[in-house]
Design a protein around this ligand. Structure first.
Ligand SMILES: NC(=O)c1ccc[n+]([C@@H]2O[C@H](COP(=O)([O-])OP(=O)(O)OC[C@H]3O[C@@H](n4cnc5c(N)ncnc54)[C@H](OP(=O)(O)O)[C@@H]3O)[C@@H](O)[C@H]2O)c1
Length: 303
């Protein structure tokens, strides 16, 4: 199958592309820079130059392919509204391009905000609707295309898709620890984060492309919930820093914008995804990755 991948050069995207190529797919990746284009070309991926703001390029890429996997995201944490607007516009553009084709359209999503007080499951609908909502309501927007002859599937990634050289949330939390000289956790540190290794995530995406029905909510989750206190203790061990609780009122000052996420209970299950896809995560756990030194050296932070 010829698959158009946005974000093909990213953390999840580059591993996903490797899985797709190994499965015999032809891949075209959206690249916004010479460096990203070169990295894709080096592994045999066709390159479509373009930016998330270049909707004509995204439309053309979607029209020319037999499936689309949308993983690009601006991740401009200083301007979440612009990031969400770009996400929504890209999803709408891809959806419009695929109307009447019944082609697979897999889009990145997450597990935040799905439930309170219990882990989120695939049965939990995403409450975000409309342009003002988190991620621009993109998961529900994509699902609106089911009635218009598109085959959308949500890729709900755990808040940490971890591994060596990760530049996502855990790398940012480790960077805060380095800067503050202490590895903090919010409050009593009992709130949890679901976690999954990057290799398992990429395999799940490729299996989802092959097997999942329209409207599937696929949970890339290996661990239901790792307490934030355990995460902070592992980062403290890895960096040789003391570990401490950060009072809820001080979380924003201490962590900055990531404090909001680190204070949330983001636990999620994946039993239905495992059953549906025959997927079984096999990669290291989050704590194993931190203990192995995956977050001991600074990495380029996402954005
Ligand atoms: N990683 C996680 O733990 C996690 C958890 C939940 C959800 N997600 C979601 O999963 C998706 C993939 O995440 P990721 O961790 O792989 O992100 P990432 O490593 O930051 O990669 C982002 C990708 O988007 C591209 N990109 C950024 N801005 C762009 C723009 N203006 N125009 C075109 N392309 C642009 C980047 O291109 P360059 O390589 O050229 O910079 C890169 O390929 C995102 O939607 C993310 O929000 C990730």
């Amino acid at each position: 199958m010829h698959v158009f991948v946005t974000g093909a050069s990213g953390w999840i995207g580059s591993a996903t592309v490797d899985e797709l190529l190994a499965a015999g797919h032809e891949v075209t990746g959206l690249a916004r820079s010479d460096a990203s284009a070169a990295a894709l070309q080096a592994k045999g991926v066709h390159v479509r130059r373009g930016d998330l703001d270049d909707l004509a390029s995204i439309r053309a890429g979607a029209e020319a392919a037999e499936a689309v996997i949308h993983l690009a995201n601006k991740h401009d944490w200083s301007n979440p509204a612009a990031t969400a607007a770009a996400e929504r516009a890209a999803v709408q553009t891809i959806g419009d391009a695929l109307v009447g084709t019944n082609r697979p359209f897999l889009l990145a999503s997450g597990v935040a905000g799905l439930t309170r007080g219990r882990p989120a499951s695939e049965d939990d609908p995403n409450p975000s609707h409309g342009p003002e909502s988190p991620r621009g309501g993109s998961e529900n927007l994509a699902f609106e295309y089911i009635d218009r002859g598109v085959h959308p599937m949500a890729l709900r990634f755990a808040p940490t898709v971890h591994g060596a050289s990760d530049h996502g949330f855990i790398a940012i939390i480790a960077a805060v620890a380095r800067e503050m000289g202490v590895s903090g956790y919010p409050g009593d540190g009992t709130n949890r984060w679901a976690a999954v290794h990057r290799s398992d995530t990429a395999r799940m995406v490729a299996l989802g492309l092959a097997k999942a029905p329209a409207g599937a909510r696929l949970h890339a989750v290996a661990e239901v919930g790792v307490p934030t206190r355990d995460i902070a203790e592992a980062i403290g061990r890895a960096l040789g820093l003391p570990v401490t609780s950060i009072a809820p009122d001080d979380v924003q000052d201490h962590f900055g914008w990531i404090g909001t996420f680190f204070s949330m209970d983001l636990a999620a299950t994946s039993a239905m995804t495992r059953e549906l896809l025959g997927w079984a995560p096999t990669g290291p756990t989050l704590i194993e990755d931190i203990d192995a030194g995956g977050y001991s050296v600074p990495t380029r932070i996402s954005g």
